[in-house]
Design a protein around this ligand. Sequence first.
Ligand SMILES: *[C@@H]1O[C@H](CO)[C@@H](O)[C@H](O)[C@H]1NC(C)=O
Ligand SMILES: *[C@@H]1O[C@H](CO)[C@@H](O)[C@H](O)[C@H]1NC(C)=O
Ligand SMILES: *[C@@H]1O[C@H](CO)[C@@H](O)[C@H](O)[C@H]1NC(C)=O
Ligand SMILES: *[C@@H]1O[C@H](CO)[C@@H](O)[C@H](O)[C@H]1NC(C)=O
Ligand SMILES: *[C@@H]1O[C@H](CO)[C@@H](O)[C@H](O)[C@H]1NC(C)=O
Ligand SMILES: *[C@@H]1O[C@H](CO)[C@@H](O)[C@H](O)[C@H]1NC(C)=O
Ligand SMILES: *[C@@H]1O[C@H](CO)[C@@H](O)[C@H](O)[C@H]1NC(C)=O
Ligand SMILES: *[C@@H]1O[C@H](CO)[C@@H](O)[C@H](O)[C@H]1NC(C)=O
Length: 688
Amino acid sequence: MDPITVWRALLLLFLLLELASSDDSDFVFNGFSRARGNLSMDGMAEITLDGLLRLTNGTNLKGQAFYSAPLQFKKSPAGRASSFSSTFVFGILAGYSQLSGNGIAFVISPSKDLRRNFGYQYLGILSPSTDGNSTNHLVAVELDTIYNPDLADINDNHVGIDVNSVVSINSSAAGYFANGTDIFKNLSLISGDPMQVWIDFDGTEMQLKVTLSPLGVIKPLIPLLSSTVNLSEIFLEEMFVGFSSSTGSFSSSHYILGWSFKMNGEARPLNISSLPSLPSRKTRHNRLALALSLSLGIALLLLLAISAGLFVLARKIRYSELLEDWEEEYGPQRFSYKDLYDATRGFKEAELLGVGGFGRVYRGALSSSGMEIAVKKVSHESRQGMKEFIAEIASIGRLRHRNLVQLRGYCRRKGELLLVYDYMPNGSLDKLIFDQRRPTFDWKQRFHVLRGVASGLLYLHEEWEKIVIHRDVKASNVLLDGELNGRLGDFGLARLYDHGNYPMTTHVVGTVGYLAPELTRTGRSTKQADVYAFGALLLETACGRRPIEQEAPEEEVLLLGWVLKNWRKGTILDCADPKLEGKYEGKEMELVLQLGLLCSHPLPPNRPNMRQVMRYLDGDASPPELSSIYLDGGVLEALQNEIFHRINTSSLSSISADAFPLSGPGFHSLKPGDGSSTSKSRERGMIV
Ligand SMILES: *[C@@H]1O[C@H](CO)[C@@H](O)[C@H](O)[C@H]1NC(C)=O
Ligand SMILES: *[C@@H]1O[C@H](CO)[C@@H](O)[C@H](O)[C@H]1NC(C)=O
Ligand SMILES: *[C@@H]1O[C@H](CO)[C@@H](O)[C@H](O)[C@H]1NC(C)=O
Ligand SMILES: *[C@@H]1O[C@H](CO)[C@@H](O)[C@H](O)[C@H]1NC(C)=O
Ligand SMILES: *[C@@H]1O[C@H](CO)[C@@H](O)[C@H](O)[C@H]1NC(C)=O
Ligand SMILES: *[C@@H]1O[C@H](CO)[C@@H](O)[C@H](O)[C@H]1NC(C)=O
Ligand SMILES: *[C@@H]1O[C@H](CO)[C@@H](O)[C@H](O)[C@H]1NC(C)=O
Ligand SMILES: *[C@@H]1O[C@H](CO)[C@@H](O)[C@H](O)[C@H]1NC(C)=O
């Protein structure tokens, strides 16, 4: 044989081997009835009797399903990422009042086990600590139904391409370009209607395209999204493909109806007529049964009507509520008293979470959805201003941020207003900081909570359509959700006082120790007053002490004064909470303490705004030198003395215990007495 023949033979052999080893995976699931053995499922994921792949159903859940076998995305470690194509049909059924959990992600990941990734808002594929890390080797297409500005989301209904991070490299509002045109039609991911997604990657062009359409509409020619991305750098040789979903605090169900995947070629089409169907959103009345029962029951009905009449009357009294014409537009946010009554087992004492100035708070679970709620009962005597207040509640209910306690709605009865919030399983921040019995809430967690609160407050101040002033930022209004994220509660509620329903209080609302000095003078709530209270919260959290502690030695009664003194002496870290036993990041502690002083500056213009605070906390900027801002000319001393004077002269007893009760989630510690103590101090000529 001459060398050329040998060479050719070898080349041929090589090509054949290459072909043989190329594992061009190709699978189609038209429904998942027979796919149990082909999928690895984790979390809540399961295959229903109808053959649907259900990823999650409920609140605070995660579900994942991966194709069991790894697929070869690269031929060698340094090789080029193969082209692939996939299409799937999904459906999202939103639970209560059209709010949905976080969404669904199509994931390509080096591992089938994503359990270390606990962040619900990260769709169950990443977590705050892993997000963005290039060692993730993760590519995903997210169908995201929550607006999370922290993660650079564009809205609460979008599709995004994610590479190693849930901050998408490209994203678009959900929709599609109609049949060969460039007319864009919006889609609602949580509509409950099935939709189809196509994901195509061209390895040569390094183009990843994502296309969406309602089920039954042919694949639009123009993709919804595309990105040029070198997946050769991201993929390992073997990767797993599948789906992940998480629901957070909104109940919803996430389903996959069918799925097709092909390596190096176009995914085979799904057979739409053989896909299982989604559970219907509402069970329709069976007409036949209705007719039957009608004719049969007519006689019985008469009889029943009489006894029922009596029953209804009794019920009506028990469940009576106020409902006026103008409330019609708030339908979705209106809860029936009966539902709340049942949810809290008749407002049983055992369900009482706590008592605050605004009323009693009960824990409950809605029987319709199982959703856990906290119901706040606020007594109100007058109907005056109620219309405005309800309008405000409705508008507050539209606020959506992961660092705010979601207000779900309300119910009105005679002399009573009931507000329905998400239930926060970990109680309030003050409990965690001050309760000696439990292990100390560590510094990392505290810092995370403070950052969260700052982000929530920034949202209220600057990022929503309207400016919302919280008016009562304090540790007992910071609640912790299941993941120990800090969430602000009770925003805007203080407005209730403005409507004149509470004759025993003045217009100054808030809690002594968190009240900005100018507030007592002008009586007008401002963003800066919120910043002041946030400053008090920073100091309180770092020092593990309340803003005013009358038990302390005289020079330490006022936390602000004490921290300031230590800062001047250069011993600011002496203020750190001794319960932390020195286990904290010195830099962060110092930052928080200094920022606390900065925010608590007596003169409003010297306080930073929340956007600046956020940048300081994130380390994106350093706060200005305290000494240049804080009082060389003894401004502060004067003010401190004033405050001191005020505290000493007004009755300390009425400030102390009542102002800082160890109350449960989300209530005000402002008791009737506090209001008068505030006004008393005002009469005594407070500040400037
Ligand atoms: C699913 O698993 C079964 C049994 O192991 C196998 O016969 C079938 O080919 C697999 N289907 C797919 C699409 O991988
Ligand atoms: C799933 O959720 C729906 C609606 O919330 C509910 O009717 C159904 O019982 C749930 N199924 C399971 C198995 O939890
Ligand atoms: C990325 O993850 C690796 C491995 O988990 C870890 O060692 C590294 O510190 C992480 N990098 C960053 C910037 O978090
Ligand atoms: C879609 O496009 C095809 C050919 O371009 C046309 O025949 C058909 O009528 C179009 N359908 C709709 C609903 O516009
Ligand atoms: C489609 O959605 C976008 C953003 O969500 C919105 O600005 C636009 O008005 C919507 N268009 C229609 C026709 O609803
Ligand atoms: C995002 O996708 C759209 C639609 O395909 C495309 O026009 C745009 O250039 C993409 N943006 C980036 C940054 O890739
Ligand atoms: C893509 O990434 C691979 C692996 O890092 C690299 O070898 C290749 O040159 C990259 N391609 C382009 C066009 O940058
Ligand atoms: C699609 O599914 C239907 C119903 O199961 C079946 O009758 C039909 O033959 C299938 N079509 C194809 C192309 O497989």
